[in-house]
Design a binder for this molecule. Structure first.
Ligand SMILES: Cc1cc2nc3c(=O)[nH]c(=O)nc-3n(C[C@H](O)[C@H](O)[C@H](O)COP(=O)(O)O)c2cc1C
Length: 195
């Protein structure tokens, strides 16, 4: 099973990236379900703001489609890491969801990990659960993680054990949802958008 971690901050050396790296290490050490784990960090990949050319064969979007979006078809599960910026999911992460569709994300499980340097972190979880799944058909698992006091995050952080538990569950959801994608029942041609 392939896991993609999306680090939703465009700050260099962000806490989101630090936690993505920790998740990648924990998966390699403790989670048998995932034989491949890689990270997409918005501080490393410059993703333009969506515009109408995205729906055409424009050269502007070709590299992003080819190198960032299309490879996600091979992923079996996602960890979506969202910082809390002014109580919100950052625009760069919301913009990313505009570029994704059910072809890449549909009926695949995702674990939300929200990151705050303070005691916040709840609102972005609710925001992602409310709408980002609609057209992508991404399946957020019931558990999520909130990392508070993120500047002091380390493998000894109290949330680490819970991360292993949720990542283990994510692996089982990944196995469980694969047969649904392969069932032949999914019809994105007639029903491309959620309601
Ligand atoms: C523009 C901006 C707005 C922020 N707003 C909040 C906020 O509303 N609540 C909160 O808990 N932390 C807030 N923070 C702090 C982030 O929680 C902190 O930067 C954390 O490390 C996650 O972001 P990062 O992955 O970019 O490091 C904000 C940070 C920035 C840069």
């Amino acid at each position: 099973m392939k896991l993609k971690i999306i680090a939703g901050s465009n700050r260099a050396n962000s806490n989101s990236r630090k936690i993505a790296d920790a998740i990648q290490e924990r998966c390699n050490a403790n989670i048998d379900a995932f034989d491949s784990v890689n990270t997409l960090d918005f501080a490393e990949v410059d993703i333009p703001h969506w515009d109408e050319e995205f729906w055409t064969k424009s050269e502007k979007w070709a590299p992003i489609k080819q190198d960032v979006i299309a490879p996600m078809k091979d992923d079996d599960a996602f960890v979506i890491i969202t910082p809390e910026y002014s109580g919100m999911v950052p625009g760069i992460l919301k913009n990313f969801f505009l570029l994704c569709s059910a072809k890449e994300m549909g009926h695949k499980p995702a674990l939300i990990v929200s990151v705050s340097t303070g005691t916040g972190g709840s609102y972005p979880v609710a925001e992602l659960r409310m709408s980002s799944y609609k057209n992508t058909r991404l399946c957020y698992i019931p558990d999520h993680i909130i990392v508070r006091d993120a500047d002091n995050f380390s493998n000894e952080h109290p949330v680490s054990e819970r991360l292993d538990y949720s990542l283990t569950l994510l692996g089982e959801y990944a196995k469980g949802l694969k047969p649904i994608r392969e069932s032949g029942l999914i019809n994105t041609k007639d029903f491309p958008y959620g309601l």
